[in-house]
Ligand binder design. Sequence first.
Ligand code: FA5
Ligand code: MG
Length: 442
Amino acid sequence: MAFTPTLFSKASLFQTIHHSNQRPSMAFTPTLFSKVSLFSYRRTFCIQLASAFHEFQPNKKWRQPVASVLKLGGVKIAKDEIVRDNPTNNVPDSIFSKLGMQLHRRDQHPLGILKNAIYDYFDTNYPNKFDKFDDLCPIVSTIANFDDVLVPADHVSRSYIDSYYVDSETVLRCHTSAHQAELLRGGHTHFLVTGDVYRRDSIDSTHYPVFHQMEGVRVFTPADWEASGTDATSYAAEDLKKCLEGLARHLFGGVEMRWIDTYFPFTNPSFELEIYFQDDWLEVLGCGVMEQEILKRSGRVDNVAWAFGLGLERLAMVLFDIPDIRLFWSNDERFTSQFSKGQLGIKFKPFSKYPPCYKDMSFWISDSFTENNLCEVVRGIAGDLVEEVKLIDNFTNKKGMTSHCYRIAYRSMERSLTDEEINDLQWRVREQVETKLLVVLR
Ligand code: FA5
Ligand code: MG
């Protein structure tokens, strides 16, 4: 497995399989609900979320309590159906508040503009070929999210540390690949799926717990590759790279990019595309030739297929020069007014030059400590005022106790923060880190 880690391309969910026996730190008990009720419950949500539309509330601040009911296209979803005080549920208020926002369906939003530009590329190069889906329900079964795409039982992405569980059999999808098998079974052979995806992840300018992906799948029949003189897999891999390089040229014109060999449970061979951005290589997509087993299970034994998953925020950051991933969620007119429908060439002009404020925090960790849990606590308190959480010191003493020092950068994209406000945030972070993560502050 050739994997070149860069500053931005951290080993993400699907690159590394951890074979350790490490289990989720959060207590895990089987659900009390029967399968039947779970399925009907999931289906209800899908209908409701299909017409989801959250209105932006310009003055809504992170400190305000989250509404207890989501009104989506006139249908109500109670918060306590998604955020539950139950060990099989780890969805916080901050994530619930993003459900149904569907930034990718707003034509004036950078993500909507990008989605439409990608649609244009496929419509031009493959007229009437690709079926498009952009409002499939983000609440999916663990079967769809993991099993159907061959994610092994012990894969780290299944853990409560990395994914958001509504209950033990239902997650907020962590990738749009969750829809691959279902659409193949439905007879689709060329499709694009755009949607919001959810992951417990680190905090910095290119990672956010809710982001957007576009999945692409193309199925070939023997007639496609037989005339080419190459084998089916090489044919599909070559076609995939040509398609994505063409897309990159369509979006960016000239841009420095490179292919990296990688690993995904659902493709072989697997690749990532990186683009040079802000003085470093930024991973923008994962892709590969679909594992034969997935095609076989959908009744397509004689076919091969390629698949890709684009990170829409990452591409939009490069395309529009957007320096921080939090900006996509900004309601500030100084952000939103800079973009208009169909306009690809716009470069974002930053309006905030407010300096970051750094706070360090050192503690002795416990066995169950994970950085993702720490980030979840910090986000729960500081919301989008936290810009980065970074491990700056790490040592183990003679008694075998391990100390971590994290530097938290607080910065608003929209206004200056007062010392009082930051101190208050930092105190609450310290308090919750100690009580929730069972660490001992130093
Ligand atoms: C996947 O999610 C695979 N499902 C992609 C795929 C599809 C591979 C089909 C093969 C076939 P990965 O975890 O690397 O892979 O995420 C894909 C892209 O999402 C990344 O390249 C990156 O651009 C983006 N991404 C990942 N994590 C985050 C995050 N926390 N914030 C913003 N973007 C992210
Ligand atoms: Mg990746």
